[in-house]
Design a protein around this ligand. Sequence first.
Ligand code: ATP
Ligand code: MG
Length: 246
Amino acid sequence: MEPNKSIIEISKLNKSFGENHVLKDFSMRLDSGESLVILGKSGSGKSVLIKCIIKLLEPDSGKIMVLDQDISKLDQDEMDLLRKDIGFLFQSNALYDSMTIRENLEFPLRRHWTKEERESLAEDAVIEALEDVGLAHTVDMMPIELSGGMRKRIALARTLILKPKLILYDEPTTGLDPITSREISELMISIQDKYKASSVIISHDMNCIQMTSNRVIALIEGRNYMADTYENLMKSTDPKVSEFFR
Ligand SMILES: Nc1ncnc2c1ncn2[C@@H]1O[C@H](COP(=O)(O)OP(=O)(O)OP(=O)(O)O)[C@@H](O)[C@H]1O
Ligand SMILES: [Mg+2]
C-alpha cells in the first residue's frame, strides 16, 4: 500500500447521549500501515468512537471517512461491503458457544463469500487463519474447551479470515494475565506484518500499548487531547496525560 494514504479520517465528530456529551469535535487520522492506540479512562468514549467508525452508532455531527468512503452516505448494502475490509475484535470475543472453532471462523464467510467460494476455499482459509494464531489443532474443538487466551486468539483468527485492510481492537488484552497479554500483543505485531493491515487499538494496558503502537491518541474530555508516540507521551508533563503512566 502507498505510504501516508489515510485509512480513517475523522473530523469534528460529536456524539451525545442526552446531556452526556461524550465526543466533542474529536478529529483523528489513521495512515496506511499504522497501529494507532486510543488511550482513555473508563467511560471516556473509546467504545463509542469505535462504534461510530463501523456505523453501529450515528454521530450527531462530524465527518468519518473510512477506506476513502464517507460512511454517512453509505446505505446498508454498501456498509456491509465496506465491513468486509474491517476486522473488529470485540472485547467479549463474541464467539458462538454452540459452534465448533471451524464453524465460528466460517461464519463471516457466509455473508461475504458465495456458496462456490465457500465450498472450494473455506477450509484452506480457516486453517491459514488458525495457523496465524498458532491454534490449527483446535479446529474441531468447541470454544468452551479453550482457555481465555486461546479464545482471544480464535476471535482474532476470525477477524483475519476475510483479510481485512483495517483491524479494530477493543481492549484486546483486558482480563488476561501478563504473559498471555504479552503473547496477544506479539501476535498483533506479527499479524500487522503479515497482512499489512492498519489498526486502531483501544487499550489501557501500558505494556500492550508500548509494544503495538506507532502512535497514541489520548482521548480526554471527549477530545483528541494529545497525539504522539508512546515514548513522547510518557515524557509529557501535562498532568492529564502523565496520570496514565503512573
Ligand atoms: N448506547 C448508549 N446509550 C447511552 N449512553 C451510552 C451508550 N453507549 C455509551 N454511553 C455512554 O457514553 C460514555 C462513553 O462510553 P464508552 O463505552 O465509549 O466508554 P469507554 O471509554 O469505552 O469505557 P471503558 O474503558 O469502560 O470500556 C459513557 O458515559 C456511557 O455511559
Ligand atoms: Mg469500552
